[in-house]
Design a protein around this ligand. Sequence first.
Ligand code: LLP
Length: 435
Amino acid sequence: MNNSFVMKCLTVNEKGNLSMGGCDIADVAAKYGTPAYIMDEDEIRENCRVYTGAMREYYDGKGLVLYASKALSCKYMYRIMREEGMGVDVVSGGELYTAIKAGFPAERIYFHGNNKTGDEIEMALREGVGTIVVDNIFELETLSRFAGDMGKTADVMFRIKPGIDAHTHSFVQTGQIDSKFGVALETGEAEDIVVKAAAMPNINVVGVHCHIGSQIFELAPFELAAEKMMNFIADMKDRHGIVMDRLNLGGGYGIKYTESDTPIDYDKYICAVAKVVRGISESRGVKLPYIVMEPGRSIVAEAGLTVYTVGTVKEIPGIRTYISVDGGMGDNPRYILYQSEYEAARVHDPNAEKTMVATIAGKCCESGDILIDGARLPEIKAGDLIAVLATGAYNYSMASNYNRIPRPPIVMVSGGEAKLAVKRESYDDLILNDL
Ligand code: LLP
């Protein structure tokens, strides 16, 4: 079986069709229609186990891996995470609501966000969310007030800007002060908020958090962030006697969207960071903290593809060929937002000679509605099925109804069975809230 795709869970079956989780992608498309997100459930679970296994190996199991659910939030995903012994990170009342409705244990939820509303804070306290990651002083005061009124004590972490911008090609150490998220280390803002919080009666300071960016391929910025955070924990103990025994190192590990992407091995990253954390714990005499991580993209991206049906193939002589499909920026806004690159495969005989270079465009009334510019594909004609690969993260979760196009379903495949995790929206769903 051929496995030359960016998604390692993808193969070609005896009919010559793309296959995932033992299911023929053409059969799934026939049953559930197109466009459709198709996800390999075993791959998602396996990715969780890579992280939970590394946590056991490098931190003696003293930690928790959170799935950053903004990457793909639906009840089915929270159920998988519960079964895999993961925690989850949520960033809004909507994600929190979905997790709770899916029966996810509230104590394993971390609540993020740079502008949590009063309603969201009240909801988090009422539902018994395990940890609130406080972004700023205003939020801390609001949280303290709500917790006081409700007779509760909130476990909090602080979102720290460690001063690392991992998005510059070679990362620099100052860039991130200009960020809407968190409190800065080097200005003393982080120290201030920790000291203030430690004196508040309804607040229990448990630790600190940082997240230095997303789709990162280098180890060094993660090591440097861990170093800075550990030193901050030690400084707070030395200067103020404040003990913080939990360290959340965020997410951000890059995935393979195209052949030119070279993700780091997650296990290697965790091993390298653990060395830094253990080293500083010893040299500065602070207890090894309970470690929290928050991978999102790397749990789901490579487990998912989107299958489309080709409508028109339009050749503009001497310019380019447009292949228009029945979805587009509504189900995958990442090209129009970030010029993100993807690879595509024809569902039938995907390894046939790639004779075509074309732009895969969506069906929205927007010239920028493109999925892939310069896709290399075998000959494509109207009615063919095309899969855009590695769309499992930040596609469904950022999808919109632009042009009143219903969102596609999510189909989970595993062991030769396909089942719906999210139904396709109907036209009636689109007018549900219209008065
Ligand atoms: N933790 C925090 C606090 C975050 O802000 C994020 C992502 C994560 C964890 C997970 O990062 P990951 O492991 O997925 O890289 N919409 C963009 C990505 C935005 C990421 C925002 N924060 C995209 O489509 O590329």
